[in-house]
Design a protein around this ligand. Structure first.
Ligand SMILES: C[S@@+](CC[C@H](N)C(=O)[O-])C[C@H]1O[C@@H](n2cnc3c(N)ncnc32)[C@H](O)[C@@H]1O
Length: 309
């Protein structure tokens, strides 16, 4: 799906008259991806540093993330229709790949991930393959292989799981395998929640404290431009997303956020010094808070073109 559809609404005011962050755009999802074969079990290879466990909650999160975002913003629609090589780094269940491979049958799609969650969305089309690969350890492709390299909702996880030098290496790898003149796009989620209530604030502080204690920096997603400094025609922006209010997309954004909160349970509970029961109560109260405060999630993205030789 091309850019026009990614941002469906370009406005600072919502249906009920409340204001979003000036200069930012609200966007809505317009396509649902059904996954009749979705499975609750998958393997997640630990790198020893993750504080997000490999359980069903993470699985649901991946699902809703696909529903939450659209497919691309980089100006590659005509190239995709004509037929190009596309890489999706950290592809998870492959929802993006399946969708894109069906929409653009002339293009070839490859997905990589450190875990094999592929096939979660059913049998892939013939123009779509999966390979196990840790981006930080090096992508298993020659230099200048792909016309479009895409990564969605991976960096934040990497921020929690990897050091700043690891994610710099990952970006270098993505640039290396992109052809001169090819495009790279990163779409992320941030742990900033604007207009958040007191419980959400407390949770976000705890999540940030965990990251700090592990020597990683969650703010990297707020500075995607620095990762794209060697590229041409860079666009860096951030969209605000109603979370828990406005419409069904707001409800979906809330489910996505709560999935993240639940996934961090083991790390966050000791910091907040709360019991299981108190954690459960906190999560349901956070949902109410988001509605009450009209909270806004933050979705940074960037794309750019590799310099021609
Ligand atoms: C939140 S999921 C997003 C999946 C998919 N991009 C999407 O938007 O639906 C993050 C994915 O990044 C993968 N991941 C994290 N670190 C990675 C690394 N170093 N190399 C490859 N994949 C990685 C995880 O295994 C997980 O599948």
């Amino acid at each position: 799906m091309p850019r026009k559809k990614f941002i469906e609404e370009d406005s600072n005011s919502s249906d009920d008259g409340s204001k979003s962050v000036p200069g930012r755009r609200l966007f809505r999802v317009f396509r649902l991806l059904s996954s009749p074969n979705a499975s609750k079990s998958h393997r997640v290879k630990k790198n020893g540093r993750s504080f997000i466990p490999s359980d069903g909650l993470r699985d649901e999160r991946l699902e809703s993330m696909h529903l939450y975002y659209s497919n691309f913003v980089a100006p590659v629609d005509d190239d995709l229709a004509r037929g190009i090589k596309v890489l999706d780094v950290g592809c998870g269940g492959g929802g993006w790949l399946m969708d894109m491979a069906s929409d653009y049958p002339n293009s070839e799609f490859v997905g990589t991930d450190i875990v094999d969650l592929f096939l979660k969305h059913g049998t892939p089309p013939q123009n779509c393959k999966f390979m196990l690969a840790n981006t930080v350890k090096g992508l298993p492709f020659e230099d200048n292989t792909f016309d479009f390299v895409h990564q969605r909702s991976v960096l934040l996880l990497m921020v929690f799981d990897f050091s700043p030098s690891d994610w710099a290496t990952a970006m270098k790898e993505m640039i290396r395998v992109t052809k001169p003149g090819g495009w790279i796009q990163i779409t992320e989620g941030d742990i900033i929640i604007e207009r958040s209530g007191p419980l959400m604030k407390r949770f976000l502080e705890a999540a940030e404290a965990i990251s700090k204690s592990r020597g990683v920096d969650v703010r990297v997603v707020r500075n995607l431009g620095s990762l794209f400094s060697s590229l041409d025609n860079v666009e860096v922006d951030c969209v605000s997303c109603p979370t828990g209010w406005q419409d069904k997309w707001g409800d979906m954004a809330l489910q996505n956020l709560l999935g993240f909160v639940k996934a961090t349970r083991a790390g966050v509970m000791p910091i907040l010094n709360i019991t299981d029961k108190e954690f459960e109560d906190m999560v349901s109260k956070m949902a109410q808070e988001c509605k009450e405060y009209k909270s806004l999630g933050s979705l940074p993205y960037a794309f750019g073109q590799k310099k021609r030789a």
